[in-house]
Design a protein around this ligand. Structure first.
Ligand code: ADP
Length: 399
């Protein structure tokens, strides 16, 4: 069965075509800068890549272009669009939804209702769904929510100590994000150590441009570092992560900024970029630090310290930890950052194998010492494959 997976962001559309249940990726198409005159289309299939500029006014046109790439060219990936059996969509905020769901009027209403919680993400996700409904009519569509994996966290983990009415009447709670990635790497790590996900307690660290940690007990998220919004928790490329909420009031006063301007500062001018004044990119920070740039070094230290603190917190949450998993751009590729996060954690049962850590770049690997009580793994995340798997399982389940 051929499953198309769409990730419609505010100014981009990413599409992956999978053969399921094998999980083989047949093609990938990305349209960047949707909504501008100078959009760019990248198409990858059969080991080759093509890039071309073109004007793409909206997500509907972007999907049109992606579908034409699949059926066009000298060696088309598909002989017709009717070969696509189903579509999966990444949707950021699913509110109370606990798992991937067939898209019907009720699901659409849930996504619309939760747009207030993810105003930059749910509206383009909806546009992606509308475009697919128009261009691939009568195909079952499934929504995979970033929040779903965390939706069943116990109340002591998801409640803020705020007036309870804010939770009861407005849904103010920890939702958490990157759920599809945490779920995928937790399952994959279990397979790598030859155990069932249900038997394991894991800490998963998704370290990319956005960063989050999750405590996973028996295949379920029981705590996570992002909150009501993706601003909380770990230090990120440009986001501050945890700060004293009192600062929000003080800084609006001192900087004479509106709440919206300050929110922007916390989201876009903070994190590694704000601390270092060099870059939000860990590669550039490592290079600058090795040349003696003190602020780049300091930013990396703060980043790793915060991550280490969450590892410690999740040891307390889980009691016993079978595996610590690093994933996403930084987690998969930076031995320096992984080493620094794990430094001094031998007392908790974490001992890296320095050679294995150094060698693991962009590939799944076990990087702990053979006698480390907690296994440490690098697992390459694959949210698209997880969504395609969810589509397949949802449709199989539906008979
Ligand atoms: P996104 O959250 O946008 O999906 P990624 O998971 O691709 O992001 O992570 C992007 C980040 O990964 C980059 O900003 C960079 O800091 C980091 N990164 C990528 N490759 C490396 C590398 N070889 N060494 C260190 N960091 C890397």
């Amino acid at each position: 069965m051929k499953v198309l997976v769409l990730n419609a962001g505010s100014s981009s559309l990413k599409c992956s075509l999978f053969e399921m249940p094998e999980g083989r990726k047949l093609a990938y198409c990305e349209v960047e800068r949707v909504g501008s005159e100078d959009s760019e289309v990248t198409f990858r299939a059969g080991g080759s890549e093509q890039r071309r500029p073109c004007g793409v006014p909206d997500h509907g046109h972007a999907l049109d272009i992606a579908l034409a790439s699949l059926t066009g060219g000298e060696r088309p990936v598909l002989d017709g669009l009717d070969r696509i059996a189903a579509v999966g969509h990444r949707v950021v905020h699913g509110g109370p939804m606990t798992e991937s769901t067939l898209i019907d009027e009720e699901t659409l209403e849930t996504i619309r209702r939760n747009a207030v919680l993810a105003p930059l993400h749910n509206p383009p996700n909806l546009e992606g769904i509308e475009a697919a409904t128009r261009l691939l009519p009568d195909r079952p569509q499934v929504a995979a929510f970033d929040t779903a994996f965390h939706a069943r966290m116990p109340r002591e983990a998801h409640l803020y100590a705020l007036p309870y009415s804010l939770y009861a009447e407005r849904g103010v709670r920890v939702y958490g994000f990157h759920g599809t990635s945490h779920r995928y790497v937790a399952r994959r790590a279990a397979a790598m150590v030859g155990r069932e996900p249900g038997e394991l307690n894991l800490i998963t660290m998704h370290l990319g441009n956005g960063c989050s940690a999750a405590a996973v007990r028996g295949g379920r998220s029981v705590d996570t570092s992002m909150g009501m919004t993706p601003l909380a928790g770990l230090v990120m490329g440009t986001r501050c992560g945890d700060i004293d909420p009192g600062l929000f009031y003080l800084l609006t006063e001192w900087l004479d900024q509106s709440p919206a301007e300050l929110y922007d500062l916390l989201n876009r001018d903070s994190g590694l970029a704000g601390l270092s004044g060099v870059s939000n990119d860990v590669r550039e920070l490592l290079a600058a630090a090795s040349e003696g740039n003190e602020r780049a070094q300091m930013a990396l230290e703060v980043f790793c310290y915060r991550a280490r603190k969450y590892v410690g917190a999740y040891f307390a949450v889980l009691g016993r930890v079978d595996g610590l998993i690093f994933t996403a751009g930084i987690g998969e590729n930076s031995p320096e950052v992984r080493g620094e996060i794990c430094r001094g954690l031998e007392g908790l049962g974490i001992a890296l194998d320095p050679d294995a850590n150094r060698a693991a770049r962009g590939a799944d690997a076990l990087i702990s010492a053979p006698d480390s009580p907690t296994a440490v793994l690098v697992v390459c995340t694959n949210e698209e494959l997880q969504i395609a798997t969810d589509v397949w399982e949802t449709l199989e389940g539906a008979g």
